[in-house]
Ligand binder design. Structure first.
Ligand code: NAD
Length: 501
């Protein structure tokens, strides 16, 4: 498999190195209007991955105008036709799943063992929302005595989608699939560190029959291209995934044009294991939820809260398992942890080793980085931490776990809720009443009891506090991408107050 992945890469990489990566506006690949580009490099070995269009306000304006023009027809296209185009995109993704996975892995450093599934899940997202196209406009009937009131849902208009670098392909499908199903048109600005897979996806969507202008892709930096997108008058809403600080900026930038915003932001999520839990399963899940996807995962269980009665036993096992994690080339199917996305992020993750030691926590595995090329870090485990330490409060976003002991259920809740974030929580206990109580008392948008994160597409996905505003998933996505209109029709000659008689 490793050899095959390398062979796929050597087939696709030279083309990208030669042609670079351009914008896609109105179905055409075009350079930035200014002609400017920036370089992209793989975090695996620093290899050049092409010149990327460095867009600015002019490119965003061109793309937004195209999206506004295309909205007039895309919103009216027969539902079955729109549904079939989404099915066709899903098929295209499946046909190209291997290439997508290899490209994503090499561009982001994410291990291929996870990226293979990400491509397939991306296809599933399109298929799920294809099935919802026909019902998306459905509303409520609220009859009154003299009027029949009913609501319909209509697409909000052209929307901006801004995505991060951690799993860019799958996250793009989460936003784009429901937006297209709703009848919106799109201007998408992917993260500057990971431009490759979004471009391939947009190209495949056009090959699958998506009309020109419906989905436009503009590369560039957040402070220029991203900012212009959030400020553009023609763009009615911004679906954003990224850091909390950026989310706050996006609200400010969008305020003058009254943008609707959906923000999926950072997390510092607790995994809480009580002493009556199935410790083997709980430990497996705790390790998976922190060290999968390089720990660059918003829903990571970054703080492990362990009841003191089982603390030593679980910690001993963790030390062994984290020490065994296989770090290496993400294209190797045996690899469990690949490189961080970029040298700046690699340095950030490493810096938390120093911060943890200064805080007074005990470093038992990792810290620092291996010698050699690539943005690798050693998987890291800190124990004996307290809730107020920076390694317990801040989002490290790497293979870095902080273990905190607790004695009682009340203390576990207090520690869990002591951070500004509130995305997910994972509770492990065989006491069903306690599992339910904990689920109600932890401050987060999503809770899993006796489970790792298992995404169910109709279920709402999103955070509270500094982890975000709004929900994705099933019908919740349509609350964002559609407007609810009330229509009231008189049933007869009801009284009308006469004025000026
Ligand atoms: P980031 O906020 O730095 O960048 C995200 C995107 O925003 C990029 O495309 C960037 O170019 C753009 N951007 C930056 N400044 C902008 C501005 N002023 N206006 C408009 N756009 C701007 O985030 P990142 O470092 O790429 O991603 C990591 C973060 O994403 C982590 O905090 C992680 O928790 C979060 N994340 C959240 C979820 C979720 O569902 N809650 C999922 C994945 C990642």
């Amino acid at each position: 498999m490793y050899k095959k992945n390398k062979a796929i890469l050597s087939k696709i990489l030279p083309q990208i190195q030669k042609d670079g990566i351009q914008n896609i506006i109105n179905g055409q690949s075009v350079p930035a209007i200014s002609g400017a580009t920036f370089d992209n490099h793989s975090p695996v070995d620093g290899e050049f991955m092409g010149n990327i269009a460095k867009s600015d306000v002019k490119d965003i304006d061109a793309a937004a105008k195209v999206a506004a023009a295309a909205f007039k027809t895309w919103r009216k296209i027969p539902h079955k036709e729109r549904r079939d185009i989404l099915y066709a995109i899903a098929e295209k993704i499946e046909e190209n799943a291997e290439e997508i996975a290899v490209l994503e892995s090499y561009d982001t450093g994410q291990p291929i063992r996870f990226m293979k599934k990400a491509a397939i899940r991306g296809a599933a997202n399109f298929r799920y929302f294809a099935d919802k196209v026909i019902d998306a406009p459905n509303g409520l009937s609220t009859p009154d005595t003299n009027h029949l009131n009913f609501t319909v849902r209509q697409p909000i208009g052209p929307v901006g989608v801004i995505t991060p670098w951690n799993t860019p392909f799958m996250l793009t499908t989460w936003k784009v699939a429901p937006a297209l199903a709703a009848g919106c048109t799109i201007v998408h600005k992917p993260a500057e560190f990971s431009p490759a897979s979004a471009t391939l996806l947009c190209r495949l969507a056009h090959e699958a029959g998506l009309p020109n202008g419906v989905w436009n892709l503009v590369h560039g930096f957040g402070e220029t291209a991203g900012k212009s997108l959030t400020e553009h008058e023609a763009i009615k809403a911004i679906a954003f995934i990224g850091e909390t600080g950026t989310g706050s900026l996006i609200m400010q930038q969008g305020a003058p044009t009254l943008k609707r915003v959906h923000l999926e932001l950072g997390g510092q999520n607790p995994t809480i294991i009580f002493d009556d839990a199935d410790l083997e399963r709980a430990t497996d899940a705790a390790i998976f939820m922190k060290y999968s996807l390089n720990g660059e995962r918003c829903t990571s269980g970054s703080r492990l809260l362990l009841q003191r009665t089982i603390y030593d036993e679980v910690v001993k096992n963790l030390i062994k398992r984290v020490g065994n994690l296989k770090v290496g080339d993400p294209l190797d199917p045996a690899t469990e942890i690949g490189p961080m996305i970029h040298p700046t992020h690699q340095n950030k993750v490493i810096s938390y080793g120093e911060i943890g030691l200064k805080d007074g926590a005990k470093l038992v595995v990792g810290g620092g980085k291996p010698a050699g090329k690539g943005c690798y870090v050693h998987p890291t485990l800190f124990i004996d931490a307290t809730k107020d330490m920076r390694i317990s409060q801040e989002e490290v976003f790497g293979p870095f776990l902080t273990v905190i002991p607790f004695d009682t259920e009340e203390e576990a809740v207090e520690i869990a809720n002591s951070v500004r974030y509130g995305l997910t929580a994972y509770i492990w206990t065989k006491d069903s009443a306690r599992g339910h109580r904990m689920a109600l008392n932890v401050e987060s948008g999503m809770v899993w009891v006796n489970s790792q994160n298992v995404r169910h597409l109709p279920a709402p996905f999103g955070g509270v506090k500094y982890s975000g505003i709004g929900r994705d998933g099933g019908e919740y996505s349509f609350d964002f991408y559609m407007e609810t209109k009330n229509i009231s029709v008189a049933l007869g000659d009801h009284p009308i107050t006469k004025l000026g008689v």
